[in-house]
Design a protein around this ligand. Structure first.
Ligand SMILES: [Zn+2]
Length: 215
């Protein structure tokens, strides 16, 4: 999905929407590429054919930012590491898990770190709740949020019943996200939201508060 076709200010950003349970993959830039998440890496979600179609090369992936450690977001690393040597960036709480499965150059992220891309800076917003390694990435200038599995379109939010999940923490994370100005919401699953993304986040906050069991 060429995001630019819908919104000219999303020039040089593309979305590969996951098939099945696979995560979305976002491509930023065209020569020194930053990838947000890698998908699950199964037969239906190979990266190479999409890159071929776009005229991109896997070896031009300069960095990979992982929004958390779930396999449907990081499994595609196998294919990428076969053809490229990117710097793989992940929140410090996810480093150990990543190291257990992949041999790659790792850069550790924490809240408010900046990630440099071909299209400008992305600020790391630490958003625990779905997992303890969950981050979102925020382009403040263009009001774009890559939301991983923390927020989905139309008020969806990440499940918190998997290991390291925490339903109170996801409410705090959604509360924090709801204070930011967001037009474009680029979630880990589902279709990108191209305007008024902050409405989706506010809705998610209300629904998450309602979902949590109360004593
Ligand atoms: Zn997940």
């Amino acid at each position: 999905m060429n995001l630019e076709r819908n919104e000219p200010h999303l020039y040089k950003m593309k979305a590969i929407l996951g098939v099945g349970l696979c995560s979305n993959i976002y491509i930023i830039g065209d020569k020194e590429i930053t990838l947000i998440d890698t998908g699950v890496g199964n037969r239906s979600n190979r990266l190479k054919p999409v890159f071929d179609k776009l005229g991109f090369r896997l070896e031009d992936i300069k960095e990979v930012v992982l929004t958390h450690t779930h396999f449907d977001h990081i499994g595609g690393l196998v294919e990428i590491l076969d053809g490229a040597e990117p710097l793989v960036m992940i929140h410090e709480n996810g480093v150990k898990e990543l190291e257990e499965s992949y041999r790659c150059r790792i850069s550790t992220l924490k809240d408010r770190d900046l990630v440099e891309t071909d299209e400008g800076l992305l600020s790391v917003v630490y958003t625990p709740g779905h997992t303890s390694s969950s981050i979102c990435l925020y382009d403040k200038e263009r009001k774009i949020m890559f939301s991983g599995d923390t927020v989905f379109p139309d008020g969806g939010f990440g499940r918190t019943d998997l290991p390291t999940g925490d339903s109170n923490k996801i409410i705090e994370s959604l509360r924090r996200l709801s204070t930011l100005r967001i037009d474009v919401l680029l979630p880990g699953h589902g279709k990108p939201v191209l305007e008024k993304g902050d409405d989706d986040i506010k809705k998610a906050l209300i629904l998450a508060k309602d979902y949590s069991p109360r004593p």
